[in-house]
Design a binder for this molecule. Structure first.
Ligand code: IMP
Length: 427
């Protein structure tokens, strides 16, 4: 039995897509367990670039099974667009299974996401505007529409009518915008239902068969631990559980099925959207990281905020997700700096804090305490083995290990599949 959960150890965008793709090569099944098309993965294969938002990047292999678990919120239009585009570009792709318990993103979710953000003004969360939060709100309110409802035309009609009545009241009375038309949505979603029906199944059961058969399973987290609804920088979080624990609930498996948790962390830090970010660099160093690291969102195109590596965050992520191994991505982006900084602790009102604060008010006032390390000038992108990295680059990684107490098993030095240095294999 080998099940690995891959999680983002920062605020998302850690380069998980490439790691997922790399590990997928060895896996038999890849499972998405939370989030929706707020995520975005760019996978580069040869000269081809694939941007995926919902389907696990394992779809690019024709001998794997890709699963969209019950913890995902699914926008059918986006999913079908991805399926069509992949079929056109790569022909035969992996088998896709969709949980009948996953919730469906409806047009009113997208609209409400955008209207709610506008109404928050300065206090906005900076969501991706894809309807993720409102879809999860309906899920917890127990009024949401699940995939199993969508593919049952009668049940769907009833649920849509009930939901739309309530949503139209909110749209017209609170946000003063025109109501949405039932028939238009019903017809549009019926066509999606017809196309999706063959993929829909009890995915927890399918996953359990793979577990029993001791096949290799990769659980692919989207976003990052600091965007977790409970453990992230609330309220500047997403509405799901990107932590490793989310894999259990969002896929329908038990914790005893998981062997390893791979935390993916960038060699520096980035964040999109609002919220505190102690090591953020608003100067030319931040601009350089953004430029060299091409730090612009896959999903929204937004420029990412950039800063130094924060080991307080890495330690915290390690704790709340039980990370057994780190993968450090984009080490190549740090070439060319004379000195590098790693945040080892925070200063708050004159005191040194080593653990991630629970209070966001305190977090917002934390100042980073840095340790400086020598940089390196060499280009890393062609290096084949960890031992061939410049001594300073190896020392940088070793310092990360010391500060987190977690081994760095993988280091990436570029976007290609080959630009991956494996120190300890996970499967
Ligand atoms: P939502 O998930 O669209 O509701 O957005 C909530 C917060 O999560 C915002 O700060 C987004 O920028 C952030 N977010 C959501 N998905 C991603 C992602 O895949 N990468 C990075 N940030 C994300």
């Amino acid at each position: 039995m080998a099940a690995v959960v891959l999680v983002g150890a920062q605020w998302g965008d850690e380069g998980k897509g490439k790691l997922t793709d790399y590990l997928t090569e060895k896996a038999d099944m890849v499972v998405r367990y939370q989030g929706g098309n707020n995520a975005g993965h760019t996978v580069v294969v040869g000269t081809e670039e694939y941007k995926l938002h919902l389907i696990p990047s394992g779809i690019l292999y024709d001998n794997k099974v890709c699963v969209i678990g019950n913890g995902v919120v699914l926008d059918p239009a986006i999913l079908l667009e991805e399926i069509h585009s992949l079929t056109q570009r790569i022909g035969k792709h992996a088998r896709l299974l969709i949980s009948s318990n996953a919730h469906v993103i409806m047009p009113y979710h997208r609209l409400l996401d955008q209207l709610q953000e506008q109404s928050l003004g300065e206090a906005k969360i900076g969501t991706t505007g894809r309807g993720i939060g409102p879809a999860y709100m309906d899920k917890t309110a127990r009024t949401g529409i699940r995939v199993s409802d969508l593919i049952d035309p009668e049940l769907f009609a009833e649920k849509l009518k009930n939901n739309l009545a309530g949503k139209n009241l909110v749209l017209t009375k609170i946000f003063a915008v025109p109501p949405l038309e039932y028939e238009e949505i019903y017809q549009e979603y019926l066509t999606y239902a017809d196309e999706l029906r063959p993929f829909v199944t009890d995915t927890s059961l399918e996953i359990s068969k793979y577990i029993r058969a001791e096949r290799r399973i990769l659980f692919e987290g989207a976003q990052g631990i600091l965007l977790d609804l409970d453990h992230g920088t609330y309220p500047y979080v997403t509405s799901s559980h990107p932590t490793a624990g989310g894999a259990c609930v969002g896929a329908g498996i038990g914790p005893s099925c998981i062997q390893r948790v791979l935390g993916v962390a960038k060699a520096y830090t980035t964040r999109v959207g609002e919220g505190p970010f102690p090591t953020e660099l608003t100067d030319e160093v931040g601009d350089l990281l953004r430029r060299n690291g091409r730090e612009f969102g896959t999903t929204t195109g937004r420029a990412r905020r950039c800063g130094w590596f924060d080991s307080v965050i890495a330690r915290y992520s390690g704790r709340v997700s039980g990370i057994s191994d780190f993968a450090v991505t984009k080490l190549d982006v740090l070439s060319g700096f004379e000195r590098l900084k790693i945040c080892v602790a925070y200063q708050y009102q004159g005191e040194r804090i080593e653990e991630f604060p629970q209070s966001q008010k305190i977090f917002a006032q934390c100042e980073p305490m840095y340790e400086e390390l020598p940089g390196w000038q060499e280009d890393l992108t062609q290096i084949q083995r960890f031992e061939d990295l410049p001594v300073a680059a190896q020392a940088y990684i070793q310092r990360m290990e010391e500060l987190t107490g977690i081994p760095v098993s993988i280091v990436t030095i570029g976007p290609e599949r080959e630009q991956t240095l494996i120190r300890h294999s996970l499967f």
